[in-house]
Write a protein that binds this ligand. Sequence first.
Ligand code: WT7
Length: 651
Amino acid sequence: MSVENVAKHPIPPGFEDALLLPDGYAKMYAESVSDPEGFWRREGRRLDWIQPYSKVKDTDFTLGKVSIKWFEDGVLNVSVNCVDRHLATRADQTAIIFEPDDPKTPARHITYAELSEKVNRFANVLLSQGVMRGDRVVIYLPMIPEAAYAMLACARIGAIHSIVFAGFSPDALANRINDSGAKLVITADTAPRGGRRTALKSNTDAALLHCSDRVRCLVVKHTGDQTTWIDGRDVDVLALMEQVSPHCPPRPMGAEDPLFILYTSGSTGKPKGVVHTSGGYLVYAAMTHQYVFDYKDGDVFWCTADVGWVTGHSYIVYGPLANGATTIMFEGVPTWPDAGRFWEVCAKHKVTQFYTAPTAIRSLMGQGPEWVEKHDLSSLRVLGSVGEPINPEAWNWYDKHVGQGRCPIVDTWWQTETGGHMITSIPGAIETKAGSATLPFFGVRPAILDASTGVVQQGDPAEGVLCISDSWPGQMRTLWGDHQRFEEAYFQQYPGYYFTGDGCRRDEDGYYWITGRVDDVINVSGHRMGTAEVESALVAHQKVAEAAVVGYPHPLKGQGIYAYVTLMNGVEPTDALRKELETWVRTEIGPIAKPDLIQWAPGLPKTRSGKIMRRILRKIAEDDFGALGDTSTLADPGVVDELIENRMNRA
Ligand code: WT7
């Protein structure tokens, strides 16, 4: 992707009066970084505090004593901020629109008054099961309103939720239940998606075989499908909600008390439990939701992510509800019953902001613009993109066919770890360039460092690894149960900086262009996968001796998963075995981890000390073996020729 001489898109008509930014982006940004203390002291007031904070920022990126605290002595309750405080003015306004998988099933509109009742009842159900402040609750639910109720109910009583994406396998679920030490898991009978059903309860049954028998299971009977039932362990949550009181007093929580844990992939096999706390996270989620989407009263906001990812946490539930918005929860998929589903929902609910991933845009682009043109998209005002770099082709298609040239596109770069948007355009305030996330959000101080020397690259243009040089309120605080790994993963490589794991260029205009991960993490359809996770799943198969996994460019998914597999002595490499390994990885981790290409590798390129040279494997997978670089340290250079010879045909 060329970053030279890319023209800026002018701000479309209707956005000229700079909205929330009477003084413009540059002035407010300058204030936010020159006086973070004063800036965030003011911004923190967007929440209701039970006890106001006197301290604002207390953060230290020094290796060995990394510590991040915001609004430390403030006391609040997150569910009160997302629900109760809106009741006086918007009890009858829709908080959540639930759009079911099947378009023939009517949508449900849940008002703030109803949301309040459900959250209170759900919180009382949790209390009745012995869940206490600080206890962990795993949520393994599809995109149904009960997922939001469960999150807010945890927040109400001070329990820490950890959502596991409903596409993850029983093994992945069990690992997360065990690592977090959860007391309780909340699931549903089955989950309809794209006309098919996932058996979540039976997945949970399978997971719980590997967990303490004290873990209880709350089941949302969503479809009414038959499931197994273990009396004493399984609880019908909807039935119990009818029996408990509709009032549950909110627990006053410290700003730095954990709100949730969310597991994400890192460069080693074991997923990392990213911890976010209450005050700073909510300030940041609410503020970014307001500015980046130009959110205004009366808007209907739709983020198509799943609550199993951080995008769903911050921009389906916490950010929108903290702002008193109407937020859509969509149970379905973009291409079922047909490729017009997204646009049909936009037209039906008069969506004003639409936020999705480049992979979805690319797949819909392939179906032709007629699917978009069938629907009235005149309500749309702002379009968003998240999860991976958006290629200019997809950006332009999105702009032309969905936004009809009149909706600013916000390409939002951020991470599970950052809690909210970090580098992004702001409607009406920042001109866009197709493929660039543009400029840092208020209070965010990006730095581009030379990857090998760690020297900060001053001036424009610049290229290197992306770091952040000071804290912001939405930053993760630690890794669950492993503060040392937190420091090592994010603060060790470039001392004094938070290291994002992404490569980046800054052009002549100071615009940022994310070039992708520089670590052993790949981005498949906007989902983050650790190559080591897929490798350990593969080597757990009895016929596999060794495996190395890398990413390669994939036209729809952004990156595809390319696996080099060495079989045990005497095992025949057959197509049937290839299928078996694909299924194996699906069941070990989940469908999103299924390798796209498996190459049988009699040997892997290794250094004399036995380290796999992944750089070479990446090049072969990318079909770029003209530039293999230095192979002189290989123990057996012949291995490389063999791999090139038998490389897999890329899709
Ligand atoms: C990684 C974080 C944060 C929401 C969903 C993903 C990549 C994310 C963009 C973007 C280029 C992006 C980065 C980042 N990424 N958004 N707009 N442009 N790359 O969260 O699973 O924590 O993944 O996704 O590589 O590090 P995540």
